[in-house]
Design a protein around this ligand. Structure first.
Ligand SMILES: C[S@@+](CC[C@H](N)C(=O)[O-])C[C@H]1O[C@@H](n2cnc3c(N)ncnc32)[C@H](O)[C@@H]1O
Length: 337
């Protein structure tokens, strides 16, 4: 975007008043331009395995669907565009998600068909009798949360470290770290991050404070040094798996998924489908076992696909984050259970 465009679209005038000298002014141009390109990115972000999700929608009379992890409404908007008669309930626990969702939906004229609730998906809908024809969950963290350096979840963020998807609940990271036992911390690195130096890292981390906890970036660098790596030498940041492990533990991501899988099948209408996209083998194992148990024991459920669907080669090339995605679906055949 050129300088003239920034001025013409009124982007510059917003921050220009604040600038006292030329260098501040230039910094302002760069900030505003990158904020703008972030917004464009946010609206044009491509949801993972979109084609496969759209091909898994149930046929027939559909009244209402539910997206329990609406994120940026990427999947939801595409679903509503493909199914012009559908209405949707949209949930997300992240306080930043709502504005993003309405922005995307209104840009596509879909906002009138959606009701948003900020909540976590461990709890069932308030109305115990509501039945959905399609429920979807795209588990985990969103690329908005990972790429937003204004939050403390990204490896490169200068903000205070914060792994919480909902920063208004739970303890700040420093408090959490002080309270957790070293043995438990090592188990988190080992189980959720498959970190071979888990024990050693947990021991060192328990002694940290001050500078290493001042920002997410400082913390990521301290983790790299503790593991014996230089973060600037490897392609993938050495702290990536440790960040993932802490995020999974702090947000209780596996516990939340288990609770979702308890109530969601019972809220499907006849012929309704529950679709789960997961990114971690531990998550997929939970989904696989629950779906197999439902299909085997209760009789009223079937698995439309015997194996999980995975992203195409071209998708993993264009979006490497999609590499470990698994898509599983279960369908409710009858309500008589
Ligand atoms: C991978 S993103 C979803 C992206 C979305 N499908 C799209 O296309 O834009 C996951 C979203 O789920 C939300 N989330 C994660 N765990 C949640 C939970 N337990 N309850 C509600 N929302 C949750 C996150 O805040 C995040 O916005």
């Amino acid at each position: 975007m050129s300088f003239a465009h920034l001025v013409r679209f009124g982007i510059l005038t917003l921050d220009f008043k604040e600038n006292r000298n030329y260098f501040d002014f230039l910094r302002c141009v760069v900030n505003v331009a990158s904020r703008k390109s972030m917004e464009t990115f946010q609206l044009s972000h491509t949801p993972v395995m979109l084609r496969e999700v759209l091909n898994s929608l149930p046929e027939g009379r559909v009244e209402r669907c539910l997206d329990v992890t609406t994120g940026g409404a990427g999947h939801l908007a595409a679903i509503l565009e493909q199914k012009p008669r559908w209405k949707a309930d949209a949930w997300d626990r992240d306080p930043d998600a709502e504005a993003r969702i309405w922005k995307n939906l209104s840009a596509r004229g879909l906002e009138g068909r959606v009701q948003f609730t900020r909540k976590d998906f461990a709890q069932p809908p308030v109305d115990p009798s509501v039945l959905y024809d399609f429920i979807m969950a795209d588990i985990g963290v969103s690329s908005f949360q990972l790429d937003d350096h204004a939050r403390g979840m990204s490896l490169h963020s200068e903000q205070k470290l914060d792994f919480r998807m909902d920063p208004s609940s739970g303890a700040p990271f420093g408090v959490w770290l002080a309270a957790i036992e070293e043995r438990k911390l090592a188990e988190i690195f080992y189980r959720y991050g498959e970190e071979p130096k888990a024990q050693n890292l947990a021991k060192k981390m328990k002694a940290w404070g001050g500078d290493s906890l001042a920002s997410a970036k400082n913390f990521a660098d301290a983790v790299s040094r503790a593991l014996g790596y230089n973060p600037h030498e490897s392609r993938r940041h050495p702290a990536t798996r440790v960040f993932q492990a802490l995020r999974i533990a702090i947000n209780d991501e596996l516990g939340q998924l288990e609770r979702l899988l308890e109530w969601a099948p019972g809220h499907l209408a006849e012929g309704g489908r529950l679709l789960v996209l997961s990114f971690h083998s531990l998550e997929d194992r939970i989904v696989k076992h629950r779906f197999q148990t439902l299909a085997r024991d209760k009789g009223g459920f079937v698995l439309p696909f015997t194996k999980p669907l995975v992203p195409s080669e071209s998708e993993t090339e264009s979006n490497p984050r999609s590499r470990s995605t698994k898509l599983r679906v279960i369908e409710r055949r009858s309500l008589g259970i």
